[in-house]
Design a protein around this ligand. Structure first.
Ligand SMILES: *Cc1c(COP(=O)(O)O)cnc(C)c1O
Length: 258
């Protein structure tokens, strides 16, 4: 595989720009810039470009499909991976093998299954180290959206606390599609407040907050995001066939800001 030096330089510059914007948002909020992890969302990006991105320092990658990650991972030693898309139960075992963090645990059934499987894929360690997950929260109560309802979280946390093979590092949400980044702020604030109030009674819940994407990650950081998931601002626009957010709806086509 040929890795383009031009791609590496382009991704190093894009990475520096996004990290600068994260740092500026942290300063506005009185936070440490090091308190935010950048997940580079490489879905639909061809493997050779992902290899260049890793060479440019984007070593934490996010994919929304298990199969796509499986095809890219052998080419990118040294990278760590987060699953950020819906996980079907028949792919749960493979997901545990491929991903360091599964961000999209959106039901108790899925959590129970991951817990059972984690005991098998845990390897030699006895008992295996717990596997990191985030609970995906439907913070807006959007009927079209995956994720646990706010009202379900207390009970879910009580049960997940009994699943020894899992470690709940925190909460994840996908914001509504909004016209202006500022419109996403209430959702992000709600997730942070939820996290604070839940952690008061559920010591097993970690403090990670995965929220914010290319169009609104700065607002998310101002509201406390510890993980931002950024695709287009690093890799450029995706083809319109992407089954995730269609760029045509509210995201005008444009190259990453230089
Ligand atoms: C695609 C995707 C992202 C990245 O979106 P961009 O707008 O390209 O930054 C983040 N989170 C999830 C869950 C996604 O599916």
């Amino acid at each position: 595989m040929s890795v383009s030096e031009t791609d590496i330089a382009e991704f190093a510059a894009a990475r520096a720009r996004v990290l600068d914007r994260i740092a500026a948002a942290c300063r506005r909020a009185g936070r440490e810039p090091g308190s935010v992890q950048l997940v580079a969302v490489s879905k639909t990006v061809p493997a050779e470009r992902v290899v260049a991105a890793v060479a440019a320092g984007l070593t934490l990658l996010g994919e929304n499909r298990v199969q796509e990650a499986a095809s890219k991972q052998p080419l990118t030693p040294g990278a760590r991976w987060h699953l950020i898309g819906p996980l079907q139960s028949n792919k749960a075992r493979t997901a545990l093998e491929l991903f360091d963090v599964i961000e999209t645990v959106d039901s108790l059934d899925l959590a129970r299954r991951l817990d059972r499987l984690a005991r098998d894929v845990g390897g030699a360690e006895e008992p295996p180290a717990p596997r990191a997950i985030l609970l995906q929260v439907n913070a807006d109560g959007d009927p079209a959206k995956a994720g646990l309802r706010v009202g379900e979280l207390e009970a879910a946390l009580e049960e997940v606390a009994t699943l020894d093979a899992l470690r709940v590092d925190g909460l994840m949400t996908i914001g509504r599609l909004v016209e202006r980044p500022e419109d996403a702020r209430p959702t992000f604030r709600r997730l942070r407040e939820l996290s604070v109030s839940l952690r008061a009674h559920h010591p097993g819940l970690g403090s990670e907050l995965s929220m914010g994407m290319s169009d609104d990650f700065e607002v998310a950081v101002e509201e406390g995001a510890t993980i931002v998931r950024v695709g287009r601002a690093l890799f450029g626009d995706r083809p319109p066939t992407d089954r995730g957010r269609a760029p045509s709806i509210a995201q005008p086509s444009r190259p990453p800001t230089r």
